[in-house]
Design a protein around this ligand. Sequence first.
Ligand code: CDP
Length: 235
Amino acid sequence: MTTTITPAITIAIDGYSSSGKSSMAKALAKKIGYRYIDSGAMYRAVTLYAMQHSMISAGHEVDCDALIAALPLIKIDFKVCEDGQHTLLNGVDVESKIRQLDVSNNVSQVAVIPAIRHALVAMQQAFGTEKGIVMDGRDIGTTVFPDAELKIFVNASAETRAMRRHKELIEKGESSTYEDVLANVVTRDHIDETRQESPLRKAQDAILLDNSKMTIAEQDSWLIDRYNEAISKLK
Ligand code: CDP
């Protein structure tokens, strides 16, 4: 009797802020037994570190030299918990802190700094050496894993994305308004798309998904179908 072993692949899920890519990526990773890495959480953790060490002004100006010099002191890890994966910054669980709007309001300014990107991209690539990984972010299909066997690019209207993120923050007990969240989504999209270093772009070979009108169950099943197609191409 012959058994076929399903080859492990690399899956890159990129897209606009709050487009639901993390939820899709997590659900897929769980279903197929892959490791999931949230690259945005890594940028958020570096941002939190910078905020905690007074390296970001009230006007969102980042002291780049100080932050770059501190890079060797910043250790980011992930821990699997009952309610999902948590981000650790120098051993401290910062999962809920990094999702707050004050971090969201500074993160894209940190993510434009080339030296920060180089350091985080190298860490992200190290996570993926064995394949069997789903990673989500902005530049995974273009820069981190340009050879990924499956690339998805997710979008939805800014209003839909802001409404989803607002609901999520309210459910977590945060006191943000829809208008603040929408402003953050629009600002981050602009900074992410127009930065010099690996801007937010759909990779040429990525499959585009507009999930504005999809339920979570529909988008999860759409993604499983794309995964099965990618695997069947390899067999
Ligand atoms: O969850 P959401 O889509 O709102 O954002 P995120 O994935 O947590 O990413 C936060 C921010 O980090 C983004 O707005 C980008 O500025 C930056 N980022 C990036 O530049 N490259 C990545 N691969 C991931 C995130």
